[in-house]
Write a protein that binds this ligand. Structure first.
Ligand SMILES: Nc1ncnc2c1ncn2[C@@H]1O[C@H](COP(=O)(O)OP(=O)(O)OP(=O)(O)O)[C@@H](O)[C@H]1O
Length: 288
């Protein structure tokens, strides 16, 4: 146990404490002329945890890709700390649904690769191994240092991808349904970890989920998309619960239940309005 705590402590020491602000100004995006996002104006404050919610196809992942600079908007601009990301891309850590691990490297080697990128040549091989293992312990993958992604379950791969993202030490994190493949216990543990990372280190996080309870537990602000395409932002909710949060007290409170119902109502309203206009809703069943 002492060894584990020692390693977790090492990770904390290595993590950064920088704050970043993201601004999306009048963003529009299309794929081959099909409008996917329109009129997106959004500011994510320094150290803020912003959660994107909305029906399937409303453009949440697309906006996340635009914020990371992996895709460019057709209109508008994205700024990080006042600088356009079209000119210089800031460091960021990304966890997408497809795990983003190199299949020919073990879990430990995947993390070491990220650490080499961060530390260049300033750490020895042993130090890199120790740190990589620390990050894997943090996501409960202590038994899987030497496993290749192909030998791991979806949930294990996702945890390794989260460890990799954390190890990059970036103060900006973009996460697209990162906990979707996890069992309920691991999901809770990782929600707590990511909350801690956001709260203690003031990392700015943009996070996509379909789960209203997860959104309320994690977010400072929940941004709700209209059914797309094209998706736009219909409402932004400031989550009124101070951090750090006590999960049990929070989810049992009347305010929590009311906020969850309010969010579900907004999303249902958007879907029904779109259906009344005769639009097809993609995978509406999973969209809530
Ligand atoms: N590479 C692509 N080429 C063409 N259209 C695309 C492409 N990727 C996404 N789209 C379309 O863009 C729209 C928005 O997709 P996006 O993945 O951003 O939605 P989402 O809200 O994240 O959905 P989900 O909740 O299902 O992940 C959808 O209509 C989708 O079909």
């Amino acid at each position: 146990m002492a060894k584990v705590l020692d390693r977790v402590y090492t990770v904390k020491e290595e993590m950064v404490n920088v704050r970043n602000k993201i601004e999306a100004k009048s963003i529009a995006f299309d794929y081959d002329g099909v409008e996917i996002l329109k009129n997106i104006d959004l500011t994510i404050k320094e150290g803020e945890f912003a959660v994107f919610m909305g029906p399937s196809g409303s453009g949440k992942s697309t906006l996340l890709r635009l914020l990371t600079g992996l895709a460019q908007p057709k209109k508008g601009e994205i700024l990080v700390n006042g600088h356009s990301i079209a000119k210089s891309l800031p460091d960021s850590a990304v966890v997408f649904q497809d795990y983003s691990l190199f299949p020919w490297l073990t879990a430990e080697e995947n993390i070491i690769l990220a650490l080499k990128q961060k530390f260049k040549k300033s750490k020895t091989k042993q130090e890199l191994e120790h740190l990589a293992q620390s990050y894997l312990l943090l996501v409960q993958l202590g038994h899987a240092f030497k496993k290749y992604p192909g030998e791991m379950s979806g949930g294990m791969r996702q945890r390794a991808a989260i460890a990799r993202a954390l190890s990059l030490g970036s103060d900006l994190m973009f996460m697209d349904e990162p906990f979707g493949a996890l069992d309920p216990v691991t999901r809770i543990q990782l929600q707590d970890l990511i909350l801690q990372v956001n709260y203690e280190q003031q990392r700015t996080i943009a996070f996509v989920t379909h789960d209203a309870e997860e959104a309320i537990i994690l977010a400072d602000r929940i941004v709700i998309f209209s059914p797309g395409p094209p998706g736009s932002l219909v409402e932004t909710i400031n989550v009124p619960f101070p951090k750090p949060r006590n999960r049990k007290k929070l989810i049992e409170s009347l305010e929590f239940i009311e906020l969850r119902n309010y969010i579900l109502d907004i999303m249902n309203k958007g879907i029904f309005e779109k259906l009344e206009q005769g639009h097809e809703i993609r995978s509406a069943g999973e969209g809530i």
